[in-house]
Design a binder for this molecule. Sequence first.
Ligand SMILES: [Zn+2]
Length: 192
Amino acid sequence: MQAVGQSTSRRGWLTAVPLGIGGAAGIYWLLGKSFGETNYDPAQVITMIQFDDAGKRLGPLAAHKVFRTDAKWRDKLSAQQFFSTRRGTTDTPFTGTYYQLHDAGLYRCICCATALFSSQSKFDSSTGWPAFWLPLAAENITTKEDRSLPEPRTEVLCRLCDAHLGHVFDDGPPPTGLRYCINESALRFVAA
Ligand SMILES: [Zn+2]
């Protein structure tokens, strides 16, 4: 068994080639299946903060980032919700109902149900969009620079599913001075 003949080596190599191709195809199939059907990216795990519908903080939760194809997002969302969250469009101001809603409750991501904002930090910004001076948990959102307009803005996204939520500005009320200007179509209100 110690002496490996050339023919055995060659046979081994020749055997390995189709196996290698088969393996690559298998991995590709598995990735496709995983991304296409399970909706979660197994390679990306984040720690987010979980809240129950009453707004009670349940603590940190390790979660796979949510991934769906556009076709699957379209199945789940209305056209307005799809373009807003997955393409970054902005709702027409003074449309919908959330901009003037001040009932107690929390606002979850329309795409993945992550708890994003609370009625406790909601205020009337007079802009026609829902506005908050603080997210429910910093861990549940991300921000990035948006240079799509001449004046740079800071985009706000859901950390779990990368949904575009809106933008954050520094003209908000105390205590933070921030104004998270969020599209209603990115949110689902859950009454307390
Ligand atoms: Zn989300």
